[in-house]
Design a binder for this molecule. Sequence first.
Ligand SMILES: [Zn+2]
Length: 86
Amino acid sequence: MFFIFGIGPKTKVLEKNQFVCPVCRTRTSYELKQQRNYFSLFFIPLIPLSKAKGSFVKCLNCKTEMPSTVLHHAQPDPFQQSNLEA
Ligand SMILES: [Zn+2]
């Protein structure tokens, strides 16, 4: 009996949506991701080793990864937006 185990990061996609990327200034899709180190056995991540790090956003257009705080800055306020459309 032998075990194959290891420690590695596992990235989870929390959300997919659209935003205006501050880097390439294009309205495009992003993925909101969170990375965490896992102890894995037989390549199956079993035990989270660290608290989830801050999530980050990846622009699918220019492939830049940036802190998730850009979403709060880049997105127009939904109330303001509905006012503009009205
Ligand atoms: Zn971009």
